[in-house]
Write a protein that binds this ligand. Structure first.
Ligand SMILES: C[S@@+](CC[C@H](N)C(=O)[O-])C[C@H]1O[C@@H](n2cnc3c(N)ncnc32)[C@H](O)[C@@H]1O
Length: 286
């Protein structure tokens, strides 16, 4: 069973991803899927504990929704999948037989919380970028260029060229991406244990979809994918199991400002920002 909410270019399904994917979403209708599932590492998502009986049952579950996502994609479609560092090899093994894996991306971040003291703590999460057709897929390289920090910044000249010229100042990002995790003081912060940064989704959505395309997120959480997709003029479909997070999505996407009798409000942050105080930042690009 599921509930549907819709307003303009945004659609939310409150229900189980496998059920909604198999009963509602038409096959070959989606341009881009971004899937950020539970990682089977024991996190609590509202009323749901992210822990399966065995690794095998977790992988079986992942294979079911992965196959459905592939079926929902248009022939030109792209799929980005996140997973834990230990779970990703099994998803990679499944996907490489069904799609073309173009990039194995590392989302690297800082760690402000408790750090491992007896081993090297994980500072990244892997993301697979897969396409159905290696010769026909969307990749808007010119729209995601970043500053080239080597030769061009130091104004080096490339003397290997017939006519010596400056190194280009911009480049397509490589497969190691640094984006800070979402922190409490960021305006985009919502109350969810694994909210993904808007900047991460911006890069993915701009690169792999066009204006008016349909973007689907089967494990929406705080609906970051849909919020960014909506801002970028995409049609968005988000699925989420937990009422607490569906409420966030309804507000964040401007679908409803009330749920039953409850007014849907942004997180109530208990700090005061003084007008004159500068934003503290650990890194230059934050
Ligand atoms: C890793 S989080 C996604 C976070 C999201 N990318 C964001 O930026 O907020 C995974 C989400 O999947 C939801 N979930 C777990 N099982 C699900 C299921 N069977 N169907 C749909 N959603 C589910 C959880 O409640 C959780 O919010």
């Amino acid at each position: 069973m599921h509930y549907r909410f819709q307003q303009g270019n945004a659609e939310i399904y409150w229900g189980d991803a496998i059920e909604v994917l198999s009963t509602v979403i038409p096959d070959y209708s989606i341009d881009l899927v971004f899937a950020d599932p539970p990682y089977n590492i024991g996190k609590r998502f509202s009323n749901f504990l992210d822990k399966w009986d065995s690794e095998e049952s977790y992988v079986n579950w992942c294979q079911q929704w992965l196959d459905l996502c592939i079926r929902k994609l248009k022939p030109t479609g792209s799929l980005y999948v996140m997973c834990s560092t230990q779970g990703m090899p099994m998803l990679d093994n499944h996907l490489r037989k069904r799609m073309f894996i173009l990039s194995r991306i590392v989302w690297h971040y800082d760690s402000s919380g408790v750090q491992a003291r007896k081993y090297f703590g994980s500072m990244y999460e892997p993301i697979l970028h897969c396409v159905k057709d290696r010769k026909n897929y969307t990749f808007n390289a010119d729209d995601i260029l970043i500053e080239a920090k080597t030769g061009s910044r130091r104004k080096l000249i490339d003397y290997r060229k017939a006519t010596p010229q400056r190194y280009s100042s911009h480049k397509v990002p490589g497969n190691v991406w640094y984006f800070p995790r979402v922190r409490y003081r960021m305006p985009e912060y919502e109350d969810h244990p694994t909210q993904k940064p808007e900047r991460l989704l911006e890069r993915i959505i701009i690169a792999s979809s066009n204006l008016g395309d349909t973007v689907l997120d089967p494990f929406s959480g705080t609906f970051t994918t849909c919020a960014v997709g909506q801002r970028l003029g995409r049609q968005t479909i988000g699925i989420e199991l937990q009422e607490e997070y569906v409420r966030i999505g309804l507000r964040r996407l401007g679908i409803q400002q009330q749920f039953g009798r409850d007014v849907l409000g942004a997180p109530d942050k208990h700090y005061v920002q003084l007008a004159a105080s500068p934003q503290l930042s650990l890194f230059n690009d934050e």
